[in-house]
Design a protein around this ligand. Structure first.
Ligand code: K1U
Ligand code: ZN
Length: 169
């Protein structure tokens, strides 16, 4: 097990569309374990391949990181449908100390392959549904500030430029 380096916004890997995982190899299983360890250490409730510099369709989620662990590994996930939009404050491990309100589906149906190679279809809601959408977005090169109105996104980007200048990013 290893703690991986989390890349920050500005790294082009976060904007790249990821490639599907074609086989569940030992390397993929190891990557999933390392991503979970990295997520718990951060701490965070999710982590996607591009955030650790791996441009593959893999992400991990556990929305109760400090309670009883319930890790979920999603390979090649797709959102099939969504219901009821709600707004909630979000953060992102690739945007340290930046939190913004984002409107997303409150309930989603998602298809994915698990680490055993089985195709699953689940319906999730509430904060777990938010985490699924946030991580699946990462696999499509999308980040949470893309949902903000232009003026707000520009303010966030200005703040990031300021922090980069001060070597604080
Ligand atoms: O993908 C990521 O950057 C992880 C991100 C996921 C996420 C946050 C909020 C809503 C949906 C998805 C995070 O985990 S940010 C950290 C965070 O939310 C958190 C950390 C510790 C305890 C509780 C929450
Ligand atoms: Zn994120």
């Amino acid at each position: 097990m290893a703690i991986l380096k989390i890349v920050k916004y500005g790294d082009p890997v976060l904007r790249k569309k990821t490639a599907p995982v074609t086989e569940i190899t030992d390397d993929i299983i190891q990557l999933a374990e390392d991503m979970l360890e990295t997520m718990y250490a951060a701490p965070g409730v999710g982590l996607a391949g591009p955030q650790v510099g791996v441009s593959l369709q893999i992400c991990v989620i556990d929305v109760v990181p400090e309670g009883k662990r319930n890790p979920i590994v999603l390979i090649n996930p797709k959102v099939l449908s969504g219901e009821d939009k709600v707004e909630l404050e979000e953060g992102c491990l690739s945007f340290p100390k930046i939190y913004e309100k984002v409107k997303r589906w409150n309930k989603v149906r998602v298809e994915y392959v698990d680490l055993k190679g089985d195709l699953k279809e689940v319906e999730v809601e509430g904060f777990l549904a938010k985490a699924f959408q946030h991580e699946i977005d990462h696999l499509n090169g999308k980040v949470f500030i893309d949902y903000l109105p232009d003026w707000k996104r520009k303010l966030v980007e200005k703040e990031i430029r300021r922090r980069k200048k001060g070597k604080n990013w």
